[in-house]
Design a binder for this molecule. Structure first.
Ligand code: GLN
Length: 193
């Protein structure tokens, strides 16, 4: 299976390394993607954390925003982390980033404050287990519809998975690529099969 990592900005290398680490065990290849040509032939796509306004602009400029949405609606799995989760949302509460509406949720950018307010929180993720979740200028998921909540922090969902249409769209507000723990990536890959 080919797992694309959207290569625009943000934690591209860290996700690439995670997939590379799992490549033998799951028979998967990491591929960095940023145009229509490299997007073809993907079984799954990771949209990394970074800056959602920049990622959104680049997706439009490279003419792949609609293509990714279309591929997801046709069944391709997507894991969106932090800024990636914002891109997957229905409502971003910010005119500078239009969400793909691949998860029916409202999300609020930078809800925990600035970079200096970053933190690590132990959470328990359904079907994954204990996880040290790294939050960096994280958004907050405010309302969710048609998606399963896999973990919460402070009564807010922090990882959700679509349960209608395409069931392998997963969004999380933390950074699983920064911990050395591959369990969240493994969960995504197992759902692709
Ligand atoms: N605050 C960023 C945004 O709104 C997300 C931060 C992150 O991905 N770590 O895009």
């Amino acid at each position: 299976m080919n797992i694309g990592i959207l290569n625009i900005q943000g934690d591209v290398f860290e996700h690439y390394s995670m997939i590379k680490k799992l490549s033998k065990k799951f028979n998967i290849n990491p591929i960095t993607v940023n145009n229509a040509k490299t997007l073809s032939n993907l079984d799954g796509l990771i949209i990394p954390g970074g800056e959602s306004t920049v990622i959104y602009k680049f997706l439009l400029q490279n003419d792949i925003y609609d293509r990714i949405t279309e591929m997801a609606n046709e069944g391709m799995g997507i894991m969106g982390t932090c800024a990636g989760a914002i891109i997957l949302a229905k409502n971003t509460n910010d005119d500078r980033v239009k969400g793909m509406n691949l998860i029916n949720m409202d999300i609020k950018r930078n809800a925990y404050g600035r970079q200096i307010n970053s933190f690590i929180q132990k959470i328990e993720i359904k079907n994954v287990g204990n996880f040290d979740a790294v939050f960096i200028r994280a958004p907050e998921i405010e309302n969710v519809h048609d998606a399963d909540i896999l973990a919460e922090y402070n009564n807010n969902p922090v990882i959700v998975k679509n349960n209608k249409r395409n069931k392998n769209i997963i969004a999380m507000t933390f950074h699983p690529e920064l911990t050395g723990n591959t369990k969240v990536h493994e969960f995504f890959i197992n759902n692709l099969k």
